[in-house]
Write a protein that binds this ligand. Structure first.
Ligand code: ASP
Length: 441
């Protein structure tokens, strides 16, 4: 059994967080590969080390002294070293690193140092080997990762040292120069390491106990999702849920290595497992059948009506959609009735040209009436276990009806993993709350 772990910035913000990481790693001997971010914020008004490093770079570029920022960086790593009782002379290393830095030093090198110093300290603390990401994560000049080369190098290093700590976020170009992923890129490093080493699981340790069933700003202390498929994740994140970006875990997805989102501050919580499907596992059927609920405000509906529309409907629909395409309006849903159909889209997309669009549509020969309704919210009720099960939509509608929430639109695709409803913006939060209460409890 091999587990690859990635710890995010908040899990490494200070000495006490480092201690939690150590306890987690030591509690399971298969946790052999540890990828770390740079220390993040200790509180909401604190700075992330990576942000400070970007600031250092800006100061250097404009020829402004940056001693105080460097001092903050040195102090942060210094106090972690002291709190954890480590010997690595990180303060001198930081000073030496910046002696050689000038206007010509690439930004990627400067900002990558947060991860590098963090990994050095963590390696000593765990008694694992520090393996520099520049020694295995190989980028091409176009910024793409050279999989073959990187995999070979990481495997060699893992075979040689067995238990390793490696920095996230960066790697090296063919000429040895440092290159970084986009912000938050340590997630990608962790996923690559897990994929290259054929890990049994990729544990992504953060500060929440997995992906939550619903936005915690709307529902207080919502339950977290035990298992979610990538398709469900896409539906939820498309509708605004802030979840791990699926692109970042693509390397483990294609190898069907489960991703487990865990909470460093509550390591006993099982967190969320993400997989392509759970077909090979005995799925515990929850009574709730739904995985999560997410939603977005500020949609509009244009309803097009034509009495006894009959065979002309398809042609009219095509013409109307052509207008939408010309206005560059992303169409979200097209619910339809016998003599009418509606088009649902983000209000923002017609903000400037609203009157022009309505005028153009009302001029259409084949239309009797065309009406715009604004202030609509879309809510997605997502769950793979809803498929082929009766009564779920009944429960949704009953719940909303009992709470006197009017449903403006309804949509469900034939894969049945998502039921999307439209309600007025003023009912948005209440609708999510009552749906959560009726399904999650
Ligand atoms: N430290 C980098 C950032 O703040 C990368 C990461 O944490 O994933 O974006």
């Amino acid at each position: 059994m091999l587990k690859v772990l990635k710890f995010g910035g908040s899990s490494l913000a200070d000495g006490s967080q480092f201690a939690k990481v150590k306890a987690i790693v030591e509690s399971d001997s298969s946790r052999e590969v540890v990828v770390v971010s740079a220390p993040g914020k200790r509180s909401s008004d604190d700075n992330k080390i990576t942000d400070l490093l970007y600031l250092v770079h800006a100061h250097i570029r404009y020829g402004v002294a940056y001693d105080n920022i460097l001092g903050m960086i040195r102090d942060r790593f210094g106090s972690i070293r002291k709190e954890c009782g480590l010997k690595t002379d990180i303060e001198s290393m930081i000073d030496e690193t910046f002696v050689g830095v000038d206007k010509k030093t690439p930004v990627d090198y400067i900002v990558s140092r947060g991860e590098c110093f963090s990994a050095m300290l963590m390696a000593e603390y765990l008694g694992y080997k520090f393996v520099d990401a520049a020694d295995w994560l190989c980028f091409e000049y176009n910024g793409k990762v050279n999989t073959e080369k990187s995999e070979k190098k990481l495997r060699e290093l893992k075979n040689a040292y067995e238990k390793i700590v490696t920095p996230g976020f960066y790697g090296a170009l063919p000429n040895g120069e440092i290159h970084v992923f986009p912000r938050g890129g340590s997630d990608i490093t962790g996923a690559l390491a897990a994929a290259y080493l054929d890990a049994d699981i990729y544990e992504n340790w953060t500060d929440v106990s997995g992906i939550l069933m619903v936005d915690p700003r709307i529902v207080k202390d919502p339950k977290s999702i035990a298992r979610v498929t990538y398709d469900e994740l896409r539906e939820l994140s498309y509708m605004g849920a802030s979840v791990l970006h699926e692109d970042t875990v693509f390397p483990v997805r294609i190898k069907d290595i489960p991703v487990n989102i865990r909470n460093t501050n509550a390591p006993e919580d099982p967190g969320t497992i993400i997989r392509e499907n759970f077909d090979d596992e005995l799925e515990e059927e929850t009574e709730r059948f739904i995985t999560g609920i997410a939603g977005k405000r500020n949609f509009s509906i244009i309803n097009i009506y034509k009495s006894r529309i009959g065979e002309e409907k398809l042609g009219l629909l095509r013409q109307v959609l052509e207008v939408f395409a010309r206005y560059d309006i992303p169409v979200e849903q097209i619910p339809s009735g016998v003599d009418s159909f509606s088009v649902v889209f983000p209000s923002e997309s017609i903000r400037i040209r609203k009157h022009e669009l309505m005028h153009e549509l009302s001029e259409f020969e084949g239309i009797d009436n065309c009406a715009l309704t604004e202030g609509i919210s879309l809510i997605a009720i997502v769950g793979r276990q809803m498929a082929y099960r009766t009564g779920i939509s009944g429960k949704i509608f009953r719940t909303l009806g009992d709470n006197r929430i009017n449903i403006r639109t309804i949509e469900q695709g034939a894969d049945e993993i998502n039921i999307m409803i439209g309600v007025f913006d003023e009912d948005f939060e209440r609708a999510i709350r009552v749906l959560y209460d009726s399904f999650a409890k």
